[in-house]
Design a protein around this ligand. Sequence first.
Ligand SMILES: *Cc1c(COP(=O)(O)O)cnc(C)c1O
Length: 446
Amino acid sequence: MNLTTDQQALLNTLPLISHLKEQLELFWENPLLQNFSEVKEHLVLNGSDIKDAADRLDRFAVYIADVFPETAKSNGLIESPLRAIPNAQQALSTLAAQELPGKLWMKCDSHLPVSGSIKARGGIYEVLKHAETLTIEAGLLNTDADYRALNTPKLRGFFAQHSIIVGSTGNLGLSIGIMSAKLGFQVSVHMSADARQWKKDLLRSKGVSVVEHADDYSKAVEEGREQAKKTPRAHFIDDENSQDLFLGYSVAALRLQRQLDENKITVDADHPLFVYLPCGVGGGPGGVAFGLKQVFGNNVHCFFAEPTQSPCMLLGMYTGLHDDICVQDIGIENKTCADGLAVGRPSAFVGKFMEPLLSGIYTINDDNMYRLLKLLKDTEQLSLEPSALASLPGIVNLLSKGKAYLEQHNLKDKMEHATHISWATGGSMVPKEEQRRYYQIAQNLT
Ligand SMILES: *Cc1c(COP(=O)(O)O)cnc(C)c1O
């Protein structure tokens, strides 16, 4: 326990703290959510920052298509499918014994090319931006050039003199490691104890230096930060604070907007959009949600999902203490099967940034993530990693526990026309055997 007496006194006045301690699943509405048109101008980032990131990814597209042939069919854009999951929606309705009006979709970031998780957005973006900055500063590239030049011995030799360092529970390490190694950087990934063996093996096979830690995510990040200080020409990718990562994630909103158009899905005051995003340190879901608010304003309602063992963003936003508090401070251990979400202390900037933008946060326990993993596999033949399943009960939770929210935002009679998106954040790279083990665990539960 590292709280001051004032902080402790504050916690004693907050009714949800005891529920969090008992690891009960809960649904929290953010009381600080504001009308988007009123907060828009006061945010430290805006739509032109997202556009800038999207343009940068467009410049790199020819290079990406060249070095990752699996992205050739999307012309070098690393993008995932949006798919309707009516069978899962039906099964959820039966399971919850509850009607689920509207239509449920899944945004399959689990199937993003290159690194198979949402981290292929922010992580790869930050590495590319760093590579671009370095080469432009060195007079080796300009923004009008053909970026396939990055894949030449000269530039690879240039990058080999520079290092990239990151701390991760696994997936960020995968995306940073794969992208950095491809460009030719020296790259070190500091992995927390939660990181899966297959992720470490895969990275090592690509020449990435993997440093293993016996502690959790916060410690792995700290160790990475220390190493970066001692290493010349090193760039530390700071998952807890990076605006570049955040903006890389936010580009997803522009891509999603196009997919909604292609599917003739209307989003307006009478056709609300609800998006459920699994949250670890906050950058991934925060960046996506920020982008979505820029695109859809008050017509999109974003909810984060966290494990009952790692509700760091909920704890930080609910108490207003943000990164001054961690789940261990209230006696929770941060031990969850959802390795991508196994974070005890939230990002220093994401929670504050999201204060006027986020609709709410709910929690889910490990057993239910496994049950939903099986449900999704059985109904839609989709295999995800446990973290991603945190997004799936969002529609049920909103309609059962979020009635006050729907009332307050005048949404109750619009739910027949609502679109719900469960953001599937990872899973396609999980080895078959590991996937079978997850399924088996679920089978033993039911
Ligand atoms: C990292 C990750 C998240 C959450 O992203 P944060 O930026 O840590 O909040 C969600 N799901 C998966 C599978 C992840 O790897």
